[in-house]
Design a protein around this ligand. Structure first.
Ligand SMILES: Nc1ncnc2c1ncn2[C@@H]1O[C@H](COP(=O)(O)OP(=O)(O)O)[C@@H](O)[C@H]1O
Ligand SMILES: [Mg+2]
Length: 251
């Protein structure tokens, strides 16, 4: 049986805003789904539909109001050590420019996770690992290291961020709109890279997008978040070679 990576059960997130916390925003309402090892699950929805909130909760950057997430083997996500978890579950975000400090060479962003998680590695080991990973994402170390973020295009910076995520050998990659700020002509290349990461490295991918066509290009499972009337609802489309069945939840 395929190993379950996430069992998300009745997840709800309500933000309380305003001076007296009187207004409430229901960002996620009773969301339930599973992610299996090796899946490429797309989470699709219009702007404001709760995609990033879901990503942040899965990344342990935000706490749910109610509901549960069980991680590999049924351990409650809230009980897992953050350091261990953030090595196994890496993220790539929408804005590649915002992920870099403009005064640091890109080397800095690549070395940091290795120094953090693999403190026994020599400088040579670090260099070799970075070189190999940059090549995997389609960049040359000689043309990448030693340069500042402004010397790269958005697409190249996003590849560097993907390399950064891969450097620590994660099991899951959560990519929150990774191509929405990238030129349309380069998007498909990044999607193909995510596909390679899934197939060649066996990494489970959660791909967040507002674009259903990108989702259907890359994923074997699609979760659609949308606002239905006053409540938030969810549909899961399951796609193998073609969409062959649709599960409708809370609808
Ligand atoms: N920290 C926050 N405080 C208050 N409201 C928030 C916060 N984060 C998100 N929201 C609200 O929750 C809803 C979902 O936001 P988000 O998850 O960012 O959607 P998406 O990523 O699909 O565009 C939006 O109405 C947004 O304004
Ligand atoms: Mg978002």
């Amino acid at each position: 049986m395929t190993e379950l990576i996430y069992e998300v059960k009745n997840l709800t997130k309500v933000f309380e805003t305003g001076f007296f916390r009187t207004s409430k925003i229901v960002a996620l309402n009773d969301v339930t789904f599973n992610v299996s090892k090796g899946d490429v699950l797309s989470i699709v929805g219009e702007s404001g539909s709760g995609k990033s909130t879901l990503a942040k909760i899965l990344l342990k950057l935000e706490k749910p109001t109610s509901g549960k997430i069980l991680y590999k083997g049924g351990v409650d996500l809230s009980e897992i050590d953050n350091r261990r978890y953030w090595r196994e579950v890496q993220a790539v975000f929408q804005d590649p420019y915002a992920s870099f400090n403009p005064v640091h060479k890109v080397d800095h962003v690549l070395k940091a996770p290795l120094k953090n998680y693999f403190d026994h590695l020599s400088e040579r080991d670090i260099y070799n690992r970075i070189k190999e990973t940059l090549e995997f994402v389609g960049l040359r170390a000689s043309e990448t290291l030693g340069k500042y973020p402004h010397q790269f295009s958005g697409g190249q910076l996003q590849r560097i961020m993907i390399a950064r995520a891969l450097l620590v050998d994660p099991e899951v990659l959560i990519a929150d709109e990774p191509v929405s700020m990238i030129d349309a002509s380069l998007r498909i290349e990044i999607l193909n890279l995510l596909h390679d990461i899934n197939v060649k490295k066996g990494i489970t991918i959660l791909f967040i997008t507002h674009d259903l066509s990108l989702a259907s290009y890359i994923s074997n499972k699609i979760l659609v978040l949308y606002r239905g009337g006053k409540s938030w609802s969810m549909v899961i489309l399951r796609r193998l070679s073609r969409i062959h069945c649709i599960h409708i939840l809370n609808y």
